[in-house]
Design a protein around this ligand. Sequence first.
Ligand SMILES: C[S@@+](CC[C@H](N)C(=O)[O-])C[C@H]1O[C@@H](n2cnc3c(N)ncnc32)[C@H](O)[C@@H]1O
Length: 381
Amino acid sequence: MNRSPSTCEELVACISAEGFCKAVFSSKKTSFSPRKVVVTSLGQRLKVESFQTRRCLTSVLSHEELLPLVLRSIPLFKQVDLFFANASCHLCLSSDPWKSTWNATAVHKQLLTHNRIKPYLFPEGEAHPFLCALGVMDRKGAVKAAMRRKFVQINAFLEAIGDLLDHLCGQKRSLRIVDAGCGKGYLTFALATLLHEKLGLDAEVIGIDSRDDVISQCRSVRDELSMPYLDFRSASIGSFEDALAPDLLIALHACNTATDVALFKAVQWNTEAIAVAPCCQHELAPMIPAALCPLIFDYPIFAQKAAALLTDAFRCELLSACGYTVKASEFVDPDHTPKNILLKAVRNGKRRPLQPEFCKLRHHLPSGILLERLLVEKGLV
Ligand SMILES: C[S@@+](CC[C@H](N)C(=O)[O-])C[C@H]1O[C@@H](n2cnc3c(N)ncnc32)[C@H](O)[C@@H]1O
């Protein structure tokens, strides 16, 4: 066996933990593997179902007999999904033994620390109507494999902006929120559902996207689910104007410079709180002279990553100069998306000049980022 035994022990500990319901080993690695093995908690004992091509072998094991079963199963499958009373998690049983060990250890650590995995805001196993209508879950509340990353991202994004929602609720009785570049509306529906159904707040949520097809899909799901507080507009973020400015602007992976346009609009509207998770920053990379730091910029992969970091750092500095208190963090594990940086900003109203450090760097670049150009054009920075 090419795996560290600690991997198996960690998994066994998860399966023996309080609240454990079911483990599903699936995605077989070898032609002789069963299709899947399902381990279900029967309290003091465990039911094990091994699904072969034409039949299912069932046995009942004690917890002491679990370790040999897990040792046998790990080399046969690529993944295991663990379901607990209020949470679930997905482990890759990769061909790299260290990766599996690391993942399993992380889960076990969570179980040991909190005696449970923190449940998602929209937990798996509950069929949330909007997640079913958008094709993220099936009618039994199981997350579809292809939608798992998006499911985790929207839960994590909402979790990460809890402090902004608290801040806004402390100030206003009814909220107005814009989701810039909403796409198929996964986050837009989730936020509207969270505010209305879970928190009982009065809030209008508006999703904007330049693609007519996704907006009309979002509208039909909205109508089907009778969510009149949710609006979808087909418009480019830059041209979107409305009588009332939003209290919160969010953007999840608005492509390239669409994040800059969204941030600019938020500053122009004096939006109280902002949360953006940027995506694929292509603008700065070609204009950075390698001579700025050959140790980095002589290597294309470092140059690309450094340019993305610099873009976000510039965005933070520009927002700070426009009177915002800004925080940058990772909102979700990079396993779920490498685009996991979240910039959060709350208006403090204290405008200030751009810092000399920004100006020194900026001096080496022909035009800077779009957010700067838009703010300068309107005299906002
Ligand atoms: C990567 S998708 C993300 C969608 C959604 N936020 C999500 O996370 O599922 C980016 C979306 O932004 C939209 N978009 C890009 N630039 C835009 C702009 N300037 N104005 C409005 N929408 C834009 C695209 O049409 C696309 O639907």
